[in-house]
Design a protein around this ligand. Sequence first.
Ligand code: PGA
Ligand code: ZN
Length: 424
Amino acid sequence: MSSKIKDIKAMEILDSRGNPTVRVFMDLEDGTRVRSSVPSGASTGEYEACELRDGDKRRFGGKGVLDAVKNVNEIISPALKGADSTEQMKIDNLLNELDGTENKDKLGANAILGVSMAATKAAAKSHNLEVYEYLGGAEANRLPVPCMNILNGGEHADNSVDIQEFMAVPFGAPSFREGLRYVAETFHTLKKLLKIRGLATSVGDEGGFAPNLQSNEEAIEIIIEAIEKSGYKPGVDISIALDNAATSFVVGKKGEYDMKWSGAGKKSTDEMIEMSKQWVKKYPIILWEDPLAEEDWEGFAKFTKELGDKIEVVGDDIFVTNTKFIQRGIKEHTANASLIKLNQIGTVSETVDAVRLCYEHNWRAFVSHRSGETCDTFLADFTVAMGTGHLKSGSASRSERLAKYNRLLEIEERLGDRAKYYWK
Ligand code: PGA
Ligand code: ZN
């Protein structure tokens, strides 16, 4: 039986925001059939690989992906017919060659990633292996700490909170299953606390609550209260992670920020850092993503110099899962971790390279979903395969978020006694 590719077909489906995205079907000669679906971001970094959209305003306001679908069906599919699905690197190189641009502008990273993930899934299935086993080998036994985004703001919600994500991080739990329970319970307690205060309990794009609060600090304080009222110790059982997504705070020139949603007003890079230092002193913060904007490399390095020995400093928009930018970050001590999003770079091989580069330099790799998601669970298997120790996949609501957490529960159960769970 052969694991060679027999056919690839793509179609347009809708993501969790109701926007079009790409789904790819791959058939192998041995009868294996898999599908993969591509996510999509809202607060995207400038240098992310190209998400190809049709721009035809008559369909989905220009957001259709029929061109990307056509590229899979008419260009990629014939070129990859007969290629061995187990030769991931060869397939990904071929995809890049077919595209021929640096940012995957011609075929679209949405077309390319759909095929790249499908190849991994197909090769695994054809060998009767789970994706995490196929990709990570026998040593793939580390479950990630689920950083659960229980309160949403910024571009992901319509409320008065600037910080895009407030995550509960159950690093003190004994297992993934227990960790997930800790933070899911905290999510439910938070809902009760919001209700008591007469605040909205509707959710944002990633399933966290999106209430109108007086300030960003109030968000942190109410989460701490929810942790305690759920019976856990802040900073011992559960800590807090933040994603400012600060590129969305930028107003005029570099180094000028405006916390416009809360009305906290304009801040310089130094004032942003000062505020962060005070919060780290005051609150059990364990990780801070994109504290500053993607173009503020010096500010980032200053932030890391001040806080990098106390917390994990993660670059998302600034590195866009691209080894070129991560390499620069390592050289300039910009952060001590990189966010990892498959669709920012566009192939499985290049995403693996980004994680490996982080490891080689003692950086951590923080795997992430996108705010526009599907129920594809590749991300969960990828995280275990790479043993990153943490991931973020939104809140304890919205099935596209739970799909990944539930897949991790499955993997943990499958691993049995071999499953490991620890923060660092
Ligand atoms: P995005 O948000 O998917 O909208 O980019 C996630 C993040 O900023 O980490
Ligand atoms: Zn981010």
